[in-house]
Design a protein around this ligand. Structure first.
Ligand SMILES: [Zn+2]
Length: 483
């Protein structure tokens, strides 16, 4: 080594030593400690961790994408003296809401299908034709993004979506900054088409996989027992098991589906006959049919289950499969009421379904519907179980666990910083005695003030921060014109 190089190395060593000394001295200063760690404390009159009891005058401290502490505001402020602070006053801080069943690509169809709501077959046909024939790829992406915007505004931080155009959904979640699972749909009732449809699904998954991120995962969705043939159902289930993909399926949703599977008749049976597709009814309930085909397991999320009987519910519980309860969509389409009070021992989340059948993505409304419909149908002695705290659990932690997302859904040290702040001081909420009850019985998604996903604020005070809402609104109106 020549002398010049030696000199340079020793001066480099000296300056690196000095820098190191400077940094270690700075790190002793509390101001530096907190500043360098960039901790932010959000506090409000109520904090609902969900995994533990409500905290009066509570706070959550966030560092980067994680929660570093949860507790009384005074304690957290003392513990992190240099942290940035925001006090929301008469408001509740809760984990971000988890919507376990949506179709954001259909958001531009809000209100569009209401004239055929009395006929589920016609409803599905009108939806499918509009999506395939009148909407471009960009229309679907705009529609999906508008759905993600609505979710973010309503305090939803995680979406489990089923999409025909999974790419549109993945871009929408990424652009708005939501967490979620994009379940790529497969749909065709003709068994002869199963190999082609499976190949199509694999192609779509190959295009989706590069869009996976820390927040967005890919899954599959064989559409339903009435719209997917036996070989396609089996091969998608097999693909999901081999590639460890989460799977969601509409199940036991309508009377028409029940008639087709149990008795081989009704509008879906007529539809298959018209298309020359042979159908032999398995003559069991839709849930037991799915069990026979190997679709009930801990990686399956069953949407709806309106027509699940006690034996079905026990089969779901034994299998470890989860349920996405969508009470508003079921009621609006006249499918009936799923027995929420019997689902309480299952892995259970709430879903909005598409806004074409709902008409809003609002988990507080779903929680309210779930409770009120169940309360109206059960005995008074079960009222205690059907409490607002339970519904808040299902809208947050229950949903996260139903999706296998162990790292979010509750406000706990070490978990992902997914949270929502909801104002509780509007005339329709005042006075509020208990935060969970005020949220479920008096509030809506429109009372949300702030939505944070993995520590990033994506909605605040009337504005989604990640996308241009005005451009999207104009485009959604344009799409409405095309439909
Ligand atoms: Zn659905």
């Amino acid at each position: 080594m020549n002398d010049e190089l030696k000199g340079e190395l020793s001066s480099l060593h000296r300056s690196s030593f000095l820098l190191h000394r400077f940094l270690s001295l700075c790190s002793l200063c509390p101001l530096w400690q907190t500043k360098s760690r960039m901790i932010k404390i959000y506090s409000a009159h109520w904090l609902l961790p969900v995994s533990s009891p409500q905290i009066k005058d509570g706070a959550v401290a966030v560092e980067g994408s994680r929660i570093v502490a949860v507790g009384e505001t005074a304690d957290l402020v003392a513990r992190f003296p240099g942290a940035a602070r925001e006090e929301f006053g008469e408001a509740a801080i809760l984990p971000g809401l988890v919507n376990c069943h949506s179709h954001v690509e259909l958001t531009a169809m809000r209100g569009y299908l209401e004239d055929v709501e009395g006929d589920f077959f016609a409803w599905l046909m009108k939806l499918t034709q509009a999506r395939l024939q009148r909407m471009t790829a960009d229309d679907l992406r705009v529609s999906a993004t508008w759905g993600a915007v609505e979710a973010a505004r309503a305090g939803v931080t995680t979406l489990a979506d089923a999409s025909n155009d999974g790419e549109a959904c993945a871009h929408a979640l990424g652009d708005v900054g939501l967490r979620g699972v994009v379940h790529q749909e497969a749909i065709h009732p003709d068994p002869n088409r199963a190999p082609d449809e499976l190949a199509k699904l694999k192609d779509k998954l190959a295009r989706l996989r590069p869009l996976e991120t820390e927040l967005v995962r890919v899954g599959v969705s064989p559409h339903s027992p009435y719209s997917v043939s036996v070989p396609l159902l089996e091969s998608v289930a097999d693909l999901a098991a081999r590639e460890r993909l989460p799977l969601t399926i509409h199940a036991a949703e309508s009377e028409a589906e029940d008639l087709l599977i149990r008795e081989g008749r009704g509008i879906f049976a007529d539809g298959l006959a018209l298309r020359g597709i042979e159908w032999r009814a398995p003559k069991v309930s839709p849930i037991r049919y799915l069990k026979q085909l190997g679709l009930l397991n801990p990686y399956t999320l069953l949407a709806h289950c309106v027509r699940a009987d006690d034996e079905d519910i026990e089969a779901i519980r034994e299998s470890g499969a989860a349920v996405a309860h969508c009470p508003k969509s079921n009621a609006k389409l006249g499918h009936g009421r799923a027995p929420y009070e019997k689902f309480l021992r299952l892995r259970l989340g709430l879903g909005s379904d598409s806004v074409a059948s709902n008409n809003t993505c609002d988990l507080f409304e779903e929680a309210r519907f779930a409770l009120l419909l169940a309360r109206s149908a059960t005995r008074l002695e079960r009222m205690g179980e059907l409490d607002a705290a339970r519904a808040v659990h299902d809208a947050t932690l229950g949903g996260a666990l139903a999706l296998g997302f162990e790292t979010c859904g509750s406000l706990e040290e070490g978990k992902q910083a997914d949270l929502a702040v909801v104002r509780l001081d509007a005339p329709h909420q005042t006075p509020a005695h208990d935060a969970a009850r005020a949220l479920v019985f008096s509030s809506s998604g429109r009372d949300v003030e702030l939505t944070v996903v993995a520590g990033r604020e994506i909605y605040r005070g009337g504005r989604v921060l990640s996308v241009d809402e005005e451009r999207l609104r104009a485009r959604v109106r344009e799409i409405k014109g095309k439909l």
